[in-house]
Design a protein around this ligand. Structure first.
Ligand code: NAG
Ligand code: NAG
Ligand code: NAG
Ligand code: NAG
Ligand code: NAG
Ligand code: NAG
Ligand code: NAG
Ligand code: NAG
Ligand code: NAG
Length: 410
């Protein structure tokens, strides 16, 4: 049997005042979970809010901020047993649910993951939502904490995924509480350790513990542009966008399944334009130089950020992906197109042909120098061998001359 004891929330008077002022303000959530023997097994106190972006019926995007005001229930929270780890489950507002789960190793326990669900069918929170239904974002955290330590993170932690930005601060949590007593040993998150001013100062730098594990390689997609019935431009690539704002880089992998391509082909310029629900446009403009080579001349991008603002940048003075006309440019290794200090595109398994595509197929490829190091080794070995042969030939010739000269003196 599991029992909950919910403490009255301190500062609820303040919350009321804020609501009267019309501001959205979240207040601390607190959970003291006890086991069948009424001993505390899990304790947590924290603050959170969420920013959700959604598409409206007229194809524009709206963002709403959701905080946990109103009725909060903790149904489904468990101490954990042999089969299941401990879990904090929170329900609030119209149809929001939040779950954090924990697991234990020999000398540590960890906050494994957080899952947040919202219902865009709720017209009060998500008016004019195009798609109505329950959406869930899962974040893997794997924050490791020594057993019997209370985890504290007063600093602001930000998690960003899909259309949701999650904010957490003033976090205190201990799972696997021993002997029913919450520990007095605190284990601080890295931000709290480094914030020398005061632990309660909120930094906006996302914490290393909460940034998702390094981005996986983006999936490659094939994009094409048609001129009448014929394909006139082909591009196959995995794309990763890196946007740096306020010194924080967000790395976004483009999903080719949901990205659409259009464009145009002219004799000296070609355009590949990608669109998706988050990318208003991502233009690659190719040009011809010296009548015999092509290159990537311009990138022009405009995308919707998770907080609803639009990020746009263009640079028409680039020089990447240079290859002879009539061939394609290929680079399997990761390459970076640096559009500006704030915007980079990392490409993977790239092959592109913006001109002279025949029968919808790539022509022979010119490979990037990055891919060439496999043939570099035979070249070095070959060069070494031919050097040796030359030395032998010279030595032979000198030897022959000497002996010939020897005969003459006779
Ligand atoms: C959500 O939390 C962040 C971090 O504390 C705060 O800066 C922001 O104002 C909050 N948003 C709302 C609408 O309360
Ligand atoms: C879309 O709808 C919102 C309100 O729902 C309105 O503010 C906005 O102007 C509309 N945009 C267009 C392009 O119709
Ligand atoms: C949570 O549990 C309480 C009583 O145990 C019940 O009244 C309430 O409906 C439950 N809430 C949800 C969202 O399941
Ligand atoms: C943790 O939560 C996620 C999402 O709710 C779930 O899929 C996963 O199975 C859970 N892990 C454990 C160990 O319970
Ligand atoms: C819990 O109680 C046991 C037995 O009294 C003791 O050996 C152990 O050290 C206690 N653990 C903690 C974390 O206090
Ligand atoms: C993103 O850009 C920043 C700033 O230029 C850089 O430090 C970081 O390494 C880049 N990340 C990736 C995955 O390219
Ligand atoms: C794209 O679609 C393919 C085939 O349906 C699937 O295997 C792949 O996982 C999808 N990729 C993503 C990123 O959703
Ligand atoms: C969205 O976030 C970016 C960077 O974090 C910031 O520069 C911009 O002002 C934000 N826009 C809004 C509308 O909050
Ligand atoms: C980028 O594209 C937009 C929209 O097509 C256009 O208005 C703008 O002039 C372009 N910028 C550059 C530098 O080409």
């Amino acid at each position: 049997m599991v029992c909950f004891r919910l403490f009255p929330v301190p500062g609820s008077g303040l919350v009321l005042v804020c609501l009267v002022l019309g501001a959205v303000r979240s207040y601390a959530l607190e959970l003291n979970l006890t086991d069948s023997g009424k001993a505390t097994c899990l304790y947590a106190k924290w603050q959170m809010n969420f920013t959700v972006r959604y598409e409206t019926t007229n194809k524009t995007y709206k963002t709403v901020t959701i905080s946990d005001r109103g009725t909060v229930t903790y149904n489904g929270s468990i101490c954990g047993d042999d089969q299941n780890g401990p879990k904090i489950a929170v329900q609030f507002g119209p149809g929001f649910s939040w779950i954090a789960n924990f697991s234990k190793a020999a000398s540590t326990y960890s906050i494994d993951s957080i899952s947040f669900s919202y219902n865009t069918g709720d017209n009060t929170t998500f008016p004019d939502a195009e798609d109505k239904g329950i959406l869930t974002v899962d974040e893997l955290l794997a924050i490791k904490i020594p057993l019997n330590d209370l985890f504290r993170c007063n600093s602001l932690s930000t998690l960003e995924k899909d259309d949701v930005v999650q904010h957490y601060w003033d976090v205190l949590v201990q799972a696997f509480v021993q002997n029913g007593t919450v520990s007095t040993n605190e284990f601080l998150c890295d931000e709290d350790k480094t914030s020398t001013v005061a632990p309660t100062i909120h930094t906006t730098v996302p914490s290393p513990t909460t940034t998702p594990t390094p981005k996986e390689k983006p999936e490659a997609g094939t994009y094409s542009v048609n001129n009448g019935n014929d394909t006139c431009l082909l591009a196959t690539m995995g794309l990763q966008l890196n946007i740096t704002q306020d010194k924080v880089a967000s790395v976004i992998n483009i999903n080719p399944n949901t990205t659409h391509s259009t464009g145009s082909c002219r004799s000296h310029t070609a355009l590949l334009r990608l669109n998706s629900s988050t990318i208003k446009y991502l233009d690659f403009v190719f040009a011809v130089k010296n009548e015999n080579r092509f290159y990537l001349k311009e990138v022009n991008v405009s995308m919707y950020l998770v907080n609803g603002s639009v990020f746009s940048i263009a640079n028409n003075n680039l020089s990447y992906w240079d290859a002879p006309l009539g061939s394609s440019y290929m680079c399997n290794k990761e390459q970076t197109v640096s559009v500006s200090g704030a915007f980079q595109i990392n490409t993977f398994d790239l092959r592109v042909q913006p001109f002279n595509v025949t029968q919808g197929k790539y022509s022979t490829a010119q490979e990037c120098s990055l891919d060439d190091d496999t043939i570099l080794i035979p070249i070095i070995v070959g060069a070494g061998l031919s050097g040796l042969i030359i030395v032998i030939v010279i030595a032979y010739v000198i030897g022959r001359r000497k002996s010939y000269a020897g005969y003459q003196t006779l």
